[in-house]
Design a protein around this ligand. Structure first.
Ligand SMILES: C[S@@+](CC[C@H](N)C(=O)[O-])C[C@H]1O[C@@H](n2cnc3c(N)ncnc32)[C@H](O)[C@@H]1O
Length: 243
């Protein structure tokens, strides 16, 4: 009886074809497709687990992931309880970005890809992009560098609880401000997405991972890995909280 592997080896043409097709795909597209799938899953999960609160995204850029989150929330509303506040969905959407890139970058935050020239965007264009969602959702885009825009804290913006925190702002300094802002509003079940988890060559003492590890120490939050996606990105769930 011939081996199955012998048969597979004869499929070299097919394998070359598949490899050629995959090699043509821009890795950014692969990362983003996996990210979109991950965002859909976390909206479904937080709906069926009845995790209340708002969606906060730090690093909106052109609004792709932000608009996708709005879409996923709408699609998964049917799975949740107590999802409406009069005519609007109960989960509000807050997007935070300078819309001008990183600003001044410290020595430890320097990275070959995290440069303003790679992240040119427009606040006005993103406002237009989110406009169709305002019929069903309360959406706020907060423009400014985090060391200023987050300074007043979540209570000043009426944010009490976070359902999902999406951290996609790349550097340690930005993420540090983000986690300090979020510490009072995490609850058991809050989902925290770290899109840049293994940047800086995987160094745990740099980037978003450093800020996240510090956050766990001072916030009293314990977390569990929920899932991974794309190029080393990770999703955590707050599994316990001692305040
Ligand atoms: C990778 S992009 C976000 C991509 C977006 N989440 C998406 O998937 O479409 C990173 C964004 O973080 C923003 N950012 C980085 N550091 C910041 C800071 N200190 N304050 C405000 N925004 C910052 C940049 O302006 C940039 O738009």
């Amino acid at each position: 009886m011939g081996s199955q592997f012998g048969f597979l080896a004869k499929l070299g043409v097919m394998q070359n074809l598949a490899s050629g097709l995959v090699a043509c795909v821009d890795p950014v597209i692969i990362h983003n497709m996996e990210k979109y799938s991950a965002i859909l899953k976390i909206f479904y999960y937080t709906a069926i687990e009845d995790i209340q609160g708002d969606y906060l995204e730090f690093g909106v850029y052109t609004g792709s992931s932000f608009c996708h989150a709005l879409r996923c929330c709408k699609k998964t509303l049917k799975y949740g309880k107590q999802v409406w506040n009069s005519s609007k969905a109960r989960t509000r959407f807050f997007g935070f970005d300078s819309f001008e890139g990183f600003g001044e970058v410290s020595e430890g935050d320097k990275h070959p890809f995290f440069e303003d020239s790679n992240f040119a965007t427009s606040y006005e264009k993103v406002q237009k992009r989110v406009a169709p969602f305002r019929k069903h959702f309360d959406v706020k885009l907060i423009k400014g560098f985090y060391n200023e825009s987050l300074h007043a804290g979540p209570a000043a913006m009426g944010i009490e609880k976070a359902r999902i925190i999406f951290v996609d702002c790349d550097t340690y300094t930005a993420a540090k401000d983000v986690f300090e802002f979020c510490a009072p509003i995490v609850q058991e079940g809050t989902i925290i997405v770290l899109d840049d988890r293994v940047c800086y060559k995987g160094n745990r003492e740099a980037g978003v991972t450093r800020a996240f590890e510090e956050f766990k120490n001072y916030s009293g939050a314990s977390t569990r890995l929920f899932s991974l996606y794309g190029m080393g990105a990770g999703i955590q769930i707050v599994s316990g909280l001692k305040r």
